[in-house]
Design a protein around this ligand. Sequence first.
Ligand SMILES: [Mg+2]
Length: 254
Amino acid sequence: MLDVDGVFHVSGEPIAGGAAAVTRLRENGHRLRFVTNNTTRPRAELAGDLRALGISLEDEELQTTPRAAARALEGKRVLALTMAAIVPDLEGVELVGEDAEAVLLGGADETDETGRVFSYTNLARAFHELEGGADLYCLHKNRWWQTGLGPMLDAGAFVAGLEYAAGVEATVLGKPSPAYFAAALEALDADAEMTWMVGDDIEADIAGAQRHGMKTVLVRTGKFRPDAVEAGRVRPDAILSSIAHLPEWLEEQR
Ligand SMILES: [Mg+2]
């Protein structure tokens, strides 16, 4: 399982060797699933972006959080604070402005739309629905993500704010939730202990996959911070300088 943001690119700038690594992994017989916590763009577009970086993949190999949300919230009345672009991926969910059964928060991105989606008016509306008994869901609860301009505040802050205000706990649909990893393993038809998770996020990728029984590789790109690894208790099975070194390293483990 390969994380995308911070592993293959940062703000669309490719990380050297990523495309060749995917080719090598396939040649070496590995089944691959691209597992992203991206919450701001539809799957077909994200897959197209990766192909534009030279990475060979089918749309179906890319697992995104909005499609996990569509499974979890099918048929429900949902107040969604999410980017407009992902609405097509929420097929089967009834999107409403009030009287919701669930409130769903997506992630932030680098555009002005983030400010509109997470406006005071919308957050106050969400709070009102939670007070009325709606359940709180989020596509992820990330604190920040790495951009070309440096770390940016992510929507985990808004999720935590609503949890605090309404006295509820959100169900996380993306990484590091067990349901997300379970869906990916099922799609791969793989056992957890035979599967490697490769990512740049010590919490969402590495800790999440370890709790699910998988082996893990942390890459020193994207949001990797050596201080966070040394200070924390999460220990990946390996730390590699980038995705480019993964195929050779994996062959050495066989
Ligand atoms: Mg990442």
